[in-house]
Each structure stands twice: as C-alpha cells, then as structure tokens.
Write a protein that binds this ligand. Sequence first.
Ligand code: COA
Length: 253
Amino acid sequence: MTESSLEGLETTTMAERPELLELMEPALEAAFPEFLNHDAVWFECWPALLDNWPELHVFVVEEGREAPLAMVSAVPIAWDGTPEGLPPGTHATMRQSLAEHAKGTEQNTTCGIQGVMDPEALGRGLGTAVMEAFFTNSKRLGYEHLLSPIRPTAKQDYPTIPLDHYANWTLPDGEPMDPWLRLQTRAGGKVLGVCHDSLVMDAPVADWEEWTGLVFPEDGSYVIPDGHELLVVDRAADNGHYSEAHVWFSYVR
Ligand SMILES: CC(C)(COP(=O)(O)OP(=O)(O)OC[C@H]1O[C@@H](n2cnc3c(N)ncnc32)[C@H](O)[C@@H]1OP(=O)(O)O)[C@@H](O)C(=O)NCCC(=O)NCCS
C-alpha cells in the first residue's frame, strides 16, 4: 500500500503558469491509448475548457524539475446533489459545463475529468496526491460539491466484462481491485453509479485500423489494444463504434 501526500511538492494552475501545459503535453499524449487521442468530443471541448477555467487545471510540480509531475483537470457544472441529477458521463459533463457557461448558469460543483502522471513519476505513490490537488483547489475556489466520472486504469485487461461487474471486484482485504478505483475509495470517494456511454466514439473503419494497428475485415466486435470495451465494426456503414463506461464518484472535503 502506498501512502502519499503533497509533501515536498507544490501545486500551481494553468491560470498562474500557462507555460506548463506544453511541458505536460508529451505525458498527456502518452497516458492514453492512441485512439483516445482522436476522441472528437474531447478535442471539441478541451480548448474552451482550458480557456474558460484555467484555474481548474492543476499541475503538481517538484523543485528542480522543469516539467510537471502530474496534471489534474476539472470542469464546473451545476448539480443538485442527487445521483439522478448527474450528467450521463464524461462527454456529457464537458458539454454541459460549456453550455451552462454560455448561458451564465451558476455552477456549484467541480468534476475531475482527467488525471495524468508523467510516466517518470508513475509508481511513486502520487496518485492520491493528484486527487488531493483537485480537491484542495476546488475547495479553495469555493465549489460546494466534488465529483469525478472515473476511468478505471486496469479495465483494459477485461474488455469483455461490463464495468458494472468489474467495478465491484475486490481484493481479499475488501478494497477495489482496480488501482485507480481503489485510490478513489481510499480518499473517501463514494460511488454514485456507473455511467454507461460515458465516452463514445464513432469513426470510419480505416481510422480505427490506423489508431489500433489492427485490421477489421468483417463486421463484428473486436478487442482493441488498451480498449476498455469492444469495438463494434459495421463495414457497410463504414463505422467503428466504441462506448466506454465510467464510475461516478463523489467526495466530501
Ligand atoms: C491515474 C494515475 C495518475 C495514478 O498514478 P499512479 O502512479 O498509478 O498512482 P500510485 O503510484 O499512487 O498507484 C496507485 C495504485 O495503483 C497501483 N499500481 C500502479 N501502477 C500499477 C500497475 N501498472 N498495475 C497494477 N497496479 C498498479 C499501485 O500499487 C497503487 O496501489 P496500492 O496503493 O494499493 O499499492 C496514473 O496511473 C496515470 O497517469 N495513468 C494514465 C492516465 C489515466 O488513466 N488517468 C486516469 C483516468 S483520467
């Protein structure tokens, strides 16, 4: 078990040090499977999320090291505190956040949408520190509720198992088996439910072939490298459909 804190590390935000984003970009690109670097909804929203709320993108930095150790990004939404009032996943959260901003809706909640460690910093037990950076920053800014649609970090080993089952798998000591879900519960995170279709991608078959390095000559459901779910290929429609579920967590601070 790794204990971690922000001791010896500092946090700062995009608002204070915008130049750190560029230094973090190699890690952001390397952190996820190649196909997620082509998630159209994510990249449609991401620039506006950076522009609108630079103070919600937190960097964990270490003295003497130019690039940040980690970055955790959040978006604000209006939430009534009920599971029924949650957006139906990560994409929906990003879109809701921007739509509310355009309308001037008061937003009382932050949702952590991405936490990424520089590969060199993996295994230092800093996962909890990354989460704490998000919690502390959100509270500093006066947000009432803290949420996150969590993408488990080992689900790719079980792409045929529904997340509703996988998320309940535990180690002998009762903690979640998935490492990232485990850290959420250790930080006092409470599961509010599984959001299906949290991240959905539809793209031409040739694109999927390029992103995965595989061929999809027939219609069917394919295991893809580092995919949490199967890719459903429809040759006639020239479409590959991928839909990932995530776990909604809430945190009290
Ligand atoms: C999510 C992330 C920030 C967590 O950082 P981390 O360095 O793995 O965190 P920690 O070192 O604190 O490890 C957390 C737990 O995972 C375990 N773990 C770490 N790497 C592991 C691996 N490859 N396989 C199995 N378990 C692993 C650790 O042992 C620890 O569990 P323990 O405390 O019970 O021992 C980091 O893995 C990451 O950047 N991943 C890629 C991006 C991502 O998927 N982000 C989450 C969704 S947005």
